[in-house]
Design a protein around this ligand. Structure first.
Ligand code: HSE
Length: 437
């Protein structure tokens, strides 16, 4: 054990920043034993105090860049979020020769390629375990635990706020806006909660996971992203009748043509463990060609769980500093100068089964017309239910689960069905994933 502390500059004192400060203080003994040196926060950067966080006599600067320039700081922890000040802060720290730990998924997903290049140039490390799935050590699992595998695909519930909203709506029939407000009050939601409910936060995380799993550059703009705001309780109920649960998933898959990168509501069989992941919990299912399916589960948001991941990175870095073994494992799972140029598969070519719900006139011939459109597109039907019309209504809900079909064919079938004069409005369409290989 080295008695000389590893010095930390901590920027941001919100939910995760104050959580990190507390974990470092409360677990100081065990952390020092694992890091082989005490970890000491010597300089905090925060625009305002957090009354819930007692910093004692730790030096505080209102200008966070002062922390990045502090010659006494060895590791800068960036927990302010966003991609403006945070980017400048991280780049300044790197230019001043400091290692960086961040929980900032937007920063890594959108600017990671250039940040890692800058870090290489300056011989420092950038760690980001807390950027994906809160406290679940999924980056470590992919980089280290599964290093012997070719990763075939991964699928995860990677936004705690969205999963919390879906769970509360399903179980308690609560209103969307009401549950979102609670998620904000609990510190789960992003500063701009549309990032949570429109799938942007999940897309940030998916891009990071895919980069590590497949050794490809970070490419946030290539992710197909669909949120949960248009999901209705009706679809949740029908899906359950058909043996499925609706979850908001991030999916990355190598399919022979390239890589699928997509975030969208998805029907999954209700007997999967993933279907039981409720509330703010996250879970990621990873299929490795040697190990088979593996599942990682835990708290995906919140101060202490995210702090747990930040501190894990700090311990890793401190050990590396102590034994002089920086880069014990490749920072992105693959060597940065050896990233693969795999194409991203366009959504029209992605193949999945589909849940399609339509409102049709309750009269002879309607079903056969719909069925013949599916048949023209080579789409076969796996299951179908029709609901009796409500009292005094002439229209019924028709719900179809298709077998696997290419999205382009489904697009054409949907357009043709919507053009029938016996169909009211637009079809509701949600992808289905069996997640069985
Ligand atoms: N807003 C994010 C979530 C926080 O709800 O998952 C953790 O990244």
């Amino acid at each position: 054990m080295n008695s000389k502390p590893v010095t930390i500059g901590l920027c941001g004192l919100g939910t995760v920043g104050s959580g990190t400060y507390k974990v470092l203080r409360d677990n100081a003994k065990v952390i020092a034993a694992r890091a082989q040196a005490p970890l000491e926060v010597i300089h905090v950067g925060a625009r305002r105090d957090n009354p819930a966080c007692d910093l004692g006599d730790t030096r505080v600067s209102r200008d966070v860049l002062a922390v990045a320039r502090d010659p006494e700081v060895a590791i800068l922890v960036e927990l302010i979020g966003g991609t403006t000040v945070a980017k400048e802060l991280v780049e300044t720290a790197i230019r001043h020769g400091k290692h960086v730990v961040t929980a900032n998924k937007a920063l890594i997903a959108e600017f990671g390629n250039e940040i890692f290049a800058l870090a290489d140039e300056h011989g420092v490390e950038v760690r980001f375990e807390a950027a994906v799935a809160g406290g679940i050590p999924i980056i470590k699992a992919l980089r280290e635990g599964l290093a012997g595998n070719r990763i075939e695909w991964l699928a995860g519930i990677i936004n705690g706020t969205g999963n919390f909203i879906l769970t509360e709506m399903r179980d308690k029939g609560r209103e969307f806006a009401d549950v979102l407000a609670e998620a904000q009050a609990l510190g789960y939601a992003e500063a701009d909660p549309t990032f949570d409910v429109e799938g942007i936060d999940a897309a940030h995380k998916l891009v990071i996971l895919a980069s590590i799993a497949f050794g490809i550059p970070l490419q946030f703009k290539s992710v197909y992203t669909e949120g949960i705001t248009r999901l209705t309780t009706q679809d949740v109920v029908y899906a359950r009748e058909l043996g499925y649960m609706i979850k908001h998933l991030g999916i990355a898959k190598q399919n022979g043509e390239g890589v699928e990168l997509r975030v969208h509501p998805t029907l999954i069989p209700d007997n999967l463990l993933l279907a039981d992941v409720d509330g703010v919990k996250n879970a990621i299912l990873v299929e490795g060609n040697a190990v088979g399916p593996t599942l990682y589960y835990g708290a995906g948001a919140g101060g202490a769980p995210t702090a747990s991941a930040v501190v894990a990175d700090l311990v890793d870095l401190a050990r590396d500093l102590g034994v002089g073994q920086a880069c014990r494992v490749p920072p992105l799972g693959f060597s940065r100068d050896n990233l693969r140029d795999l194409p991203i598969v366009p959504m029209e070519r992605v193949v999945t089964p589909w849940y399609l719900r339509m409102e049709v006139e309750d009269k002879p011939g309607v079903l056969s017309k719909v069925a013949s459109i599916f048949s023209d597109q080579g789409i076969s039907i796996e299951a179908l239910i029709q609901k009796a019309p409500a009292e005094g209504q002439t229209r019924v809900q028709l719900i179809v689960i298709t077998n696997k079909a290419m999205q382009g064919s489904v697009d054409q079938a949907v357009t043709a069905i919507e053009a029938l004069d016996t169909i009211a409005g637009k079809l509701t369409r949600i992808r289905v994933e069996a997640l069985d290989g």
